[in-house]
Ligand binder design. Structure first.
Ligand code: GLN
Length: 493
């Protein structure tokens, strides 16, 4: 049986009816990882022993007829971006700086998955410290896109998207500061959700930009993503920005979009800033939503064009501050042989951090320096307020907004060399982090020219994440749920 293609509901059915055991399922997934992951390098660490012992516990419950007493993710194979702490495993953030760091504690979102019975297969590759859009900046080598291994999977949660698209995990967690769940979701043809800021606790997530970071699930179906979000969302006393959430994100998946108001931005529908095939898809998706009974309304976001500029001020400033802790004394790589402290700091951070991390840290340090602060940081905060207000006004007219996720499909490894060109790949995702709203990628088939996955992005008002899930589920009835990439579907251990 092709267990690696099944979603949560089917896996649960099979486990409950003893068609296969949790151990068999886990072994099948571990076997696939061993045989197939070398082609894409989505995993940085495979937690084989703990996965098998977790599976044993689930099997004991199944034998005792107590499967339904376990959580909603009981026996489900999941994996985690390597900036999420799981006690006893490495949390490297794909950086030399943290190469030998072993987590002494577990992130709340990860603990929530464990409490629901999930089986953790391992930790996943990413751009170093989540700075990037291609997973090429990992200090341990890039991840490749299962749809075409000459191409990038997107980033920074490239391992999280590629492993799901290759059938090497059922659900994964990623983090999204400017698009890092949605853009790789789009490149790899899987669902990727960036919940509203505050839906998921950030405790135990290595911080990039604390006012923008949010954890979310990647999966091959909208339902699986909703189930996973149910598991990880909610108030956590250890993160004061987390909120009480009692929404069941699966509740309205079957409702359809009849009567829903979907906002579109006319310039985007005309293809401004995106490839022709993305524009064509976006218009097709809009028409599908209309055919299913949604009301399409035109909206304006007059300040949204300034999002990228604001993000590349605010992001590096927060990153500079957050990454100050990697000082080679308390954490991380320590360059040997220095007698003075400054020399040790300098050498350790120069060797431990890769070029993109150093670029952001230097940029943040400059932007926050006296005299410069007023010119950049302060206006960027003002722009942030304007952008947030744009969305609030737009949502008076609509329940959800439709946009592309990425302006183009997955590019080739090494193709985008200029960092600022890489930054542009998040044109459509960054504004949502700036405003704090929820946004998600839904796969909507392949591009006419590239024959690679294209994603539609659905965005919702803050704490109305159920709206985007509802529209996404409707689109899934048209486009089908995401599949395992063709070259990996039949390939087996
Ligand atoms: N690609 C964006 C950046 O490089 C977003 C990264 C993210 O969301 N973690 O900053």
């Amino acid at each position: 049986m092709d267990l690696h293609t099944l979603g949560i509901a089917d896996l649960r059915r099979g486990l409950r009816s003893k068609e296969f055991s949790a151990t068999e399922l886990t072994q099948a997934m571990l076997g696939r990882i061993e045989a197939l992951d070398p082609k894409i390098h989505s995993y940085l660490e495979v937690t084989k022993d703990s996965a098998l012992s977790q599976a044993k516990e689930v099997d004991a419950a199944i034998q005792a007829g107590a499967y339904d007493d376990l959580g909603i993710l009981a026996g489900i194979p999941v994996a985690l971006k390597d900036n999420l702490n799981l006690k006893g495993t490495h949390t490297t953030c794909a950086s030399r700086m943290l190469e030998s760091y072993v987590s002494p504690y577990t992130a709340t979102c990860v603990q929530n998955m464990l409490d629901q019975g999930a089986i953790v297969l391992g930790k996943l590759n990413m751009d170093e410290f989540a700075f990037g859009g291609s997973t090429e900046s990992s200090a341990f080598g890039p991840t490749r896109n299962p749809w075409d291994t000459d191409r990038v999977p997107g980033g920074s949660s490239g391992g999280s998207a590629a492993s799901v698209a290759a059938g090497l995990a059922t659900v994964t967690l990623g983090s999204d500061t400017g698009g890092s769940i949605r853009q790789p979701g789009s490149f790899c043809g899987v669902v990727g959700v960036k919940p509203t800021y505050g839906v998921v606790s950030r405790y135990g997530v290595v911080a990039f930009a604390s006012s923008l970071d949010q954890v979310g699930p990647l999966a091959r179906s909208v339902e699986d993503a909703a189930i996973a979000l149910n598991a990880i969302s909610g108030r956590d006393p250890l993160d004061c920005t987390s909120q009480h959430i009692d929404t069941d994100f699966t509740a309205n998946l079957a409702e359809g979009v009849k009567g829903m108001r979907i906002g579109v931005i006319p310039e985007f529908m005309e293809g401004e800033g995106m490839d022709d095939e993305v524009r064509d898809k976006l218009n097709e998706v809009m028409n599908e939503l209309k055919n299913m009974g949604a009301e399409i309304v035109e909206i304006e976001l007059p300040n949204v064009h300034a999002s990228l500029s604001a993000y590349y001020v605010l992001g590096p400033c927060e990153a500079f501050s957050n990454l100050a802790r990697f000082d080679s004394v308390r954490y991380g790589y320590r360059d040997p042989g220095h007698k003075d402290l400054n020399g040790q700091y300098e050498a350790s951070r120069s060797v431990g951090f890769g070029p993109e991390v150093r670029r952001r840290v230097m940029l943040g340090s400059y932007l926050l320096s006296s005299g410069v602060y007023d010119t950049y940081y302060y206006p960027a905060q003002q722009i942030r307020t304007l952008i947030t207000q744009d969305y609030v006004r737009a949502y008076e007219k609509c329940d959800c907004i439709l946009m592309p996720t990425s302006p183009y499909t997955a590019f080739k490894l090494g193709e985008v060399k200029d960092p600022t060109a890489m930054y542009l790949s998040d044109t459509f995702t960054i504004p949502i982090n700036i405003a704090g709203n929820g946004g998600m990628n839904v796969p909507v088939g392949l591009g006419n020219d590239s024959h690679l996955p294209i994603g539609a992005q659905l965005i919702c008002p803050a704490f109305k994440d159920e709206n985007m899930f509802r529209a996404a589920a409707a689109l899934e009835t048209v486009y089908g749920s995401a599949c395992v990439a063709p070259d990996f579907e039949k390939a087996g251990a």
